[in-house]
Design a protein around this ligand. Structure first.
Ligand SMILES: [Zn+2]
Length: 408
């Protein structure tokens, strides 16, 4: 337990003289309000939120480790409650949120608003409601004599390709006391999510050659080359849709390929020199994306580039991976699946439609399950909310977890 001063410093909105009593009133809703008030859109720093959490934990005598990004403007927070030398159970959440740009909100997205048994605000379901619920149980955790530690990991830049957590995972990978298993509190309506597709993002840049559009034979049209590559991606996507492989538990039940952004050209009467497009592949667990990329490269190398270079040798095509978040497929009989199923009381597992950091944790030898309050249907949208009933279910779930890891 930390000193009252530590706590008051951590939570300046509390009266310092309230002391111990004050702890009881910092409930999960207050914590969620505080977390939502930080605009941690992925393009921003998350440090104010991380420092708040660090100070809050410090108030209970829990030391945090911050793992910063290269520029020092963002950080993951990692902390262990209970025996420091043992491998325990990791509760993991990301602190960043998606932008509110061009979204029509009826409440202030960064001011958590309670209305009709729901909490509205950006990140309420994805996933500050979960983090707040976890933090609200820290006073309970520190009073228990834990035989298995509870680790906390709060990451940055999840929404932009699970980028931030990689540094933390790298750090943990070499430690003998790294977490034994991981529960990721992404919104599943507290169902046991065992599996999701992977998500790989790629950028293709076509470098052609400019010419007057009346003299097309002297130019190399970057947009047209890009269009052929995109058309091939679409063809591959159709093949996946029509011929599989299929997994009926996913929606849609096949791997998907899609082009989402394209830029190129300057004026209609100029043969365009540059064209860039971004595409993503979301493979089913177990499906290798390499053959898809190889097919695209083959089209570039055997058909497009010879034609382009016959006009101008200095033209080119680059196809580069931007991010790779592996699929998740945790077996039904894994310890973590059994644990989460027992805690949630649900005897069926689900496959979730969205990607998470779970694929990375699992790939690093920390088997993971997705289980958290709220629904993905309410995330990323205007008027994002989490139902109070979901927060209560999450709290009960975590209480059962604490009972299980406590010494009796
Ligand atoms: Zn999320």
């Amino acid at each position: 337990m930390g000193s009252d001063c530590g706590l008051s410093c951590a939570l300046p909105f509390l009266d310092k003289t309230e002391g111990r009593l004050a702890r009881a009133v910092i409930d999960k809703i207050e914590l969620a309000k505080r977390l939502v008030s930080y605009d941690t859109t992925s393009r921003n720093s998350n440090l104010a939120l991380i420092e708040f959490v660090r100070d809050y934990l410090d108030g209970y005598g829990i030391k945090s480790e911050l793992v910063f990004d290269e520029a020092g403007g963002k950080a993951n927070l990692y902390a262990t409650v209970g025996p420091q030398d043992k491998s325990g159970i990791l509760l993991s959440g990301h602190t960043d949120v998606v932008p509110i740009d061009d979204q029509d909100w009826h409440t202030d997205p960064f001011q958590l608003t309670e209305k009709e048994d729901r909490l509205y605000g950006r990140g309420s379901s994805d996933m500050k409601g979960f983090i707040a619920t976890v933090l609200s149980l820290v006073p309970v955790l520190v009073q228990r004599d834990l035989r298995t530690p509870i680790h906390l990991a709060f990451s940055y830049d999840e929404e932009v390709g699970c980028l931030g957590v990689r540094r933390l995972i790298d750090l943990l990978a070499g430690r003998p006391n790294r977490p034994r298993l991981c529960i990721i509190g992404e919104p599943t309506m507290m169902q046991t999510g065992v599996s999701h597709k992977g998500k790989h993002t790629w950028r293709c840049q076509v470098h052609g050659h400019e010419a007057h559009s009346s003299l097309v034979h002297q130019g190399v049209n970057a947009i047209e080359a890009a269009a052929e590559l995109i058309a091939r991606l679409k063809e591959m996507a159709r093949r996946k849709r029509d011929h599989g492989p299929f997994d009926p538990d996913f929606q849609p039940p096949y791997s998907t390929i899609h082009t989402g952004v394209i830029q190129g050209g300057t004026a209609l009467n100029i043969v365009p020199r540059e064209c860039t497009f971004d595409f993503e592949i979301r493979p089913l667990p177990g499906e290798d994306i390499e053959p898809m990329i190889a097919e695209l490269r083959e089209l570039a190398e055997t058909r497009l580039l010879p034609e382009m270079r016959a006009v101008r040798p200095d033209t080119g095509i680059t196809i580069e991976e931007r991010s790779a978040a592996p699929a998740l497929s945790t077996p039904e009989d894994a310890e973590v699946t059994q644990l989460v199923a027992a805690l949630s009381g649900a005897n069926v597992t689900v496959k979730v439609p969205f990607g998470t950091e779970g694929g990375l944790f699992s790939a690093a030898g920390i088997p993971s399950i997705i289980c958290g309050p709220g629904s993905i249907d309410q995330a990323h949208k205007p008027d994002e909310f989490v139902a109070l009933e979901q927060i209560a279910r999450c709290e009960a779930f975590l209480q059962r977890l604490i009972d299980r890891v406590s010494q009796r």
